[in-house]
Design a protein around this ligand. Sequence first.
Ligand SMILES: Cc1cc2nc3c(=O)[nH]c(=O)nc-3n(C[C@H](O)[C@H](O)[C@H](O)COP(=O)(O)OP(=O)(O)OC[C@H]3O[C@@H](n4cnc5c(N)ncnc54)[C@H](O)[C@@H]3O)c2cc1C
Length: 457
Amino acid sequence: MPETNQIQKDVTIIGAGITGLTLAYYLKKKNVNVAVVENADKIGGVIHTLKKNGFTFETGPNTGVLSNPELAELFEELDLVELETANEDSKKRWIMKNNKFRAIPSGLIGGIRTPLFTFKDKIRILGEPWRKTGTDPNESLASLVRRRMGKSFLDYAVDPFISGIYAGDPEKIIPKYALPKLYNLEQEYGSFIKGAIKKKKEPKTERDLKATKEVFSAKDGLEHLVKALGVSISEENIYLNCSNDKIESLERGFKTTFSQNNETFEIISQKVITTIPSFELPNLLPFISSDKLEPITALEYAKVVQLVLGYNNWKGIKLDAFGGLIPKLENKKILGILFPSSIFENRAPKDGALLSVFMGGMRHPEVIDLKDEQILDIAVEEVKNTLKETQDPDLHHVFRYMHAIPQYTITSPERLSAIETIEQKYPGLILAGNIRDGIGMADRVKQASEISKNIIV
Ligand SMILES: Cc1cc2nc3c(=O)[nH]c(=O)nc-3n(C[C@H](O)[C@H](O)[C@H](O)COP(=O)(O)OP(=O)(O)OC[C@H]3O[C@@H](n4cnc5c(N)ncnc54)[C@H](O)[C@@H]3O)c2cc1C
């Protein structure tokens, strides 16, 4: 019988995505003895950067938003990674209407002239500050936007953005859970416009100002962020290629068992923090009954296909924007196209272009089952039609995610309450990751930072 390797730690973290790694980093900084247990053969979770033929591209998330100081501080602290913010001339965002990309207006004149919204809604928006405050905490995003801003804002601003961030459906997304800042603007100030103006005027600390809201990546790719975290945590605390991991609740603390390279490991720790997707929890936590986990495993995920296209010598229209999003009403299989080589430096050869085309989502889940060639054909056709590039790409890669983005829908209150009940029943067990507190990379870092502050061992 092979021997079991027994290890004592203060905290065991399950999952080495950005949440698990950031948690481990902050805990280690506090001299907490951590172990990170990961199924895959690499750290980073969905964050992964590849380099090929002069292109540097992401297989998962491409960009994040510097929406909280925690993320800025993480970059400041880590030596081996440099924050990169978006180029100035990639700040415009395009939305498709009638088969043509149009820039989202920024000023008043642009707002009056834009063909994206109807004249009626442009006038209607002037009355937004005086509209009644909503009272249903489970109101959908679509209903909230229709009520306060009008249908054309829903169709040609919010719908494409929700597709861009959540690959989601605004009729199902609940702002209280998915977009709490927006929800709170209405609840606290009675209006998005009034709230935004008041918030802008509020005094800010030096720390608050670190949340610049800029679009970010890491210089040379997001992988450098997870690698820098990995180095700080130190290899010997990260267990890769683990299988059959299971947690047992002990009288005091927890036992995590797993296999790695034909060896069995047992980690005894006071606390265990999970950062893995909801559907992985039942196997990991066999001591929790399925009915207690059911509200958590009911979490739905959008399926996403990301197609990376590289052009050595771009001859299409000038890509002086962040990218283009496509509203549902345009009836396309594509959700949006990002222009990473316009946003960040050195992502494509000089005069070339790198595009990331997103497909599927809650709108077209069936796309995930298409063959690579079919996905490529759809995307290249769209690039030819709308971005006017007649050549075929010099590089293409398809990445599929069956469980890309969790959808914070009407099931959210029950899920959050089930998480709370389980955590209360088993003190020391924390269910984290993007099953709660936001799906963006900045949300993940913030959650990890907050949890780490509350851990006392
Ligand atoms: C295609 C795509 C595009 C995205 N675009 C953006 C974007 O532009 N901007 C943005 O901010 N966010 C984006 N996101 C969301 C963001 O990337 C994720 O929410 C975030 O990276 C999740 O990090 P995590 O550590 O919580 O989870 P994950 O990255 O999923 O990491 C979880 C880890 O747990 C491991 N694991 C799973 N089960 C087990 C188990 N039983 N035992 C041990 N290990 C296990 C997995 O292998 C994985 O490494 C995108 C996500 C995807 C998929």
